[in-house]
Design a protein around this ligand. Structure first.
Ligand SMILES: Nc1ncnc2c1ncn2[C@@H]1O[C@H](COP(=O)(O)OP(=O)(O)OP(=O)(O)O)[C@@H](O)[C@H]1O
Ligand SMILES: [Mg+2]
Length: 227
């Protein structure tokens, strides 16, 4: 079954920040959503999640900032149990241990509040929470922005493997074309609240069509970056 959302749009403070947009994602597909800062990537991500969830598609979200997912007054353990409750699951310590190990954040004290964890660990904790349930699609908004390049590549490798084993599709929102080039098969480009390009990754990188895509690709051979 293809995940299809049509007529996604958003108006904030009287301004259209997302013009009516349709998105299709195939099962197991890896899609990148790129564009300049403020082009509407996160807005489209939120609208897509809401619409697909309303259709019964199992979608998890890694928000752009851990602050969107973590209450500074609650312990990490509390957040984990809340996420399980929201999915109708009872607490499973072995599942928690497995996911914490998968994201390599065993050193974190779950009784502490977010500020007792480094930013990078918080980000990986939020990714681990997004993997608690069984998923059709994972939407990740700049999931490695707080991580150093080595840990970021490592985390993306782990995620890649984990999602491939479970045949889960993902949408990777990023302005890091090097990251997208390595991780996704198809790239969607946004500019000023609209999708302006949607192409296989290599085609997009080698022959961008629109000015927005050309600007993103300018002066770089992203396929040769080591990340
Ligand atoms: N609640 C809001 N009220 C008013 N304007 C908003 C609101 N949310 C987003 N915007 C505006 O909508 C536009 C798109 O924002 P969005 O966060 O989706 O961009 P983005 O592509 O994710 O940017 P970034 O790469 O910086 O994360 C921006 O101009 C932003 O200022
Ligand atoms: Mg954003």
């Amino acid at each position: 079954m293809i995940f299809t959302a049509t007529g996604l749009s958003a108006i904030r403070s009287g301004r259209t920040i997302l013009h009516p947009t349709d998105v299709d994602i195939r099962p197991c597909e890896r899609v990148g959503l790129v564009g300049a800062s403020g082009s509407g990537k996160s807005t489209l991500g939120h609208a897509l999640i809401d619409t697909l969830r309303a259709q019964g598609v199992r979608v998890a979200h890694v928000p752009q900032s851990p602050d969107e997912a973590l209450d500074p007054l609650r312990s990490m353990d509390f957040h984990w149990c809340e996420a399980e409750r929201a999915l109708g699951l009872t607490h499973d310590a072995s599942r928690q241990k497995k996911l914490i190990t998968t994201l390599r954040i065993e050193g974190g004290d779950l009784h502490k509040r977010p500020w007792g964890w480094s930013r990078g660990m918080q980000q990986r904790f939020v990714i681990a929470m997004a993997l608690i349930g069984t998923l059709d699609l994972l939407v990740m908004d700049e999931p490695t922005s707080a991580l150093d390049p080595v840990v970021a590549a490592d985390t993306m490798d782990l995620l890649d493997r984990y999602l491939t084993e479970r045949q889960t599709a993902f949408l990777l929102i990023t302005h890091d074309l090097g990251l997208a080039a390595r991780r996704v098969a198809r790239v969607i480009v946004m500019d000023d609240g609209r999708i302006v390009e949607d192409a296989p990754t290599e085609q997009f990188l080698l022959a961008p069509v629109t000015q927005a895509a050309k600007s993103l690709c300018a002066h770089r051979n992203w396929l040769e970056l080591p990340c």
